[in-house]
Design a protein around this ligand. Structure first.
Ligand code: C2O
Ligand code: CU
Length: 470
């Protein structure tokens, strides 16, 4: 498999430019799109390999780019061309509960052949994405996901605004997706790590740039389980947004842009190399498995300008309610289970089950002693609406968990014993083994919301819960 990976990387592929725009019907103050989820074929691996049978939106991997302006109204009519139920969740968007796309919680699954109309306003600018929220490990793992970009009313000045949708596939030698979804090992360890990384649906070969240009690079990690840790040799990217939300521009910690599953980062990069030069973007998150993701290749064109563009890169804040820590209500959330976790049992579907019975039901994880059943259960937390809440998430497992809450963004206020220096807004926060992370937010969006690990194998194997805001 590794051998295949290496060859696949060498085989090269499509240049990693921005994903193509889906021409939605523009109308005053909004845009409409039509998405059909159906089987398709994708050229992930490039010349020398067959196409990969995938599940895709409108026949493309990733799905079409949905792009609107902040404050506009989005309408998407989703048609299900699969043989099983589906839905679309708009990851990170603060929208009304009924539009959140969670089967059995906010809507019925969209049955094969049926359609569902999503319609909501986009309160926050930033980089978001969409994906199904049922049998997620399989549906997302087979290719169903796409980017959703909300432009600022007054964007920062850059020469090009680019998007890299990062994904990770477990391919066989004939480039087909290995059909071992839900294996107990993946469920109970690190999730379904693959062997082939793609950018915008293809193994990238070169990233063509021009000296002197300033790029805004939007990164989205749509992988089931892989954490990416990108280094841009010879360049000094500035992080300007995380999970769509602006952050004070800063160099990534240790020079590595870390993106857990579902996370996004917006970078501003000045292309300070010389015409004809070449650099590497490497993924070094798993140290012994570092590899080159793509080569940055400078054209021979003369530099666009002599010194970096002198224009502000700080993004305008989104209208998020500011948490009031003095009045906050604190809630503990304990994450348990997994291999080497020592969990003895958990509640599931209203009754207590021992570890063997849980494993037989393909459940390996729990939140506050509850392993999720197939359908969302009663809330593990009820949050008073309009009030500030702190979730103190304690990872009592041997594994990392990117924890995601629907319908809200939260400020990370503390990691372990240290206050968070940037107090960044996120919707998905990566929690290291044995670490406790505290996040704070105003629960201003009423409804029952999903709260889960975004390693999709952990999500389906118990690490998912309902939180009620009322
Ligand atoms: Cu990306 Cu429950 O979501
Ligand atoms: Cu997890």
């Amino acid at each position: 498999m590794l051998e295949f990976t290496r060859r696949a990387f060498l085989a090269g592929g499509v240049a990693a430019a921005g994903a193509s725009l889906s021409p939605g019907a523009a109308r005053a103050g909004g845009r409409s799109y039509a998405l059909t989820a159906a089987p398709a074929r994708a050229d992930l691996t490039g010349p020398g390999y067959p196409e990969t049978p995938v599940w895709a939106y409108n026949g493309r991997v990733p799905g079409p780019e949905i792009r609107l302006r902040q404050g506009e109204r989005l309408t998407v009519v989703v048609k299900n061309g699969l043989d099983e139920g589906t839905s679309v969740h708009w990851h990170g968007i603060r929208l009304p509960n009924a539009m959140d796309g969670v089967p059995y919680l906010t809507q019925d699954p969209i049955a094969p052949g049926e359609t569902f109309r999503y319609e909501f306003t986009l309160p926050d600018a930033g980089t978001y994405w969409y994906h199904p929220h049922i049998w997620s490990d399989v549906q997302v793992g087979r290719g169903l996901s796409g980017p959703l970009i909300v432009e600022e009313r007054a964007p920062i000045r850059v020469d090009r605004d680019l998007l890299w949708v990062l994904d990770d596939w477990r391919l066989q030698a004939d480039a087909s997706i290995r059909d071992d979804f839900g294996s107990p090992r993946d469920l109970s360890h690190n999730g379904r790590l693959g062997n082939t990384a793609t950018v915008n649906g293809a193994i990238p070969k070169r990233f063509a740039v021009r000296a002197g240009e300033r790029l805004r690079l939007r990164l989205v990690n749509v992988a089931n389980a892989r954490v990416f840790g990108l280094r841009f040799a010879g360049h000094a990217p500035q992080v300007v947004a995380l999970d769509g939300q602006p952050v004070a521009p800063h160099a990534p910690e240790g020079g590595m842009v870390v993106l857990a599953p579902a996370q996004r980062a917006d970078l501003v990069i000045d292309m300070e190399g010389k015409p004809g030069e070449r650099f590497e973007v490497t993924d070094e998150y798993y140290r012994r498995q570092a590899y080159m993701l793509v080569a940055i290749v400078y054209s021979s064109d003369p530099p666009l300008r002599d010194s970096p563009l002198d224009a502000p890169i700080r993004l305008p804040a989104n209208p998020l309610p500011e948490p009031d820590l003095a009045q906050a209500k604190r809630h503990e959330v304990v994450l348990e289970g997994g291999a080497m976790g020592g969990m003895k049992g958990a509640m599931m579907g209203g009754r207590h089950m021992g570890i063997r019975a849980l494993a037989q039901a393909a459940r390996f994880w729990a939140m506050n002693g509850v392993a999720s059943a197939t359908r969302p259960g009663p809330p593990i937390l009820t949050l008073e609406k309009g009030r500030t809440h702190v979730l103190a998430m304690r990872n009592d497992t041997a594994w990392e968990h990117p924890m995601h809450l629907h319908g809200h963004s939260f400020r990370v206020i503390r990691r372990g014993s240290r206050p968070s220096p940037r107090r960044e807004w996120l919707d998905t926060v990566l929690i290291a083994p044995r670490e406790t992370v505290e996040v704070a937010f105003v629960a201003d969006n009423p409804g029952d919301w999903m709260y889960h690990c975004h390693v999709l194998e952990h999500q389906i194997a118990g690490m998912m819960a309902t939180v009620r805001v009322a």
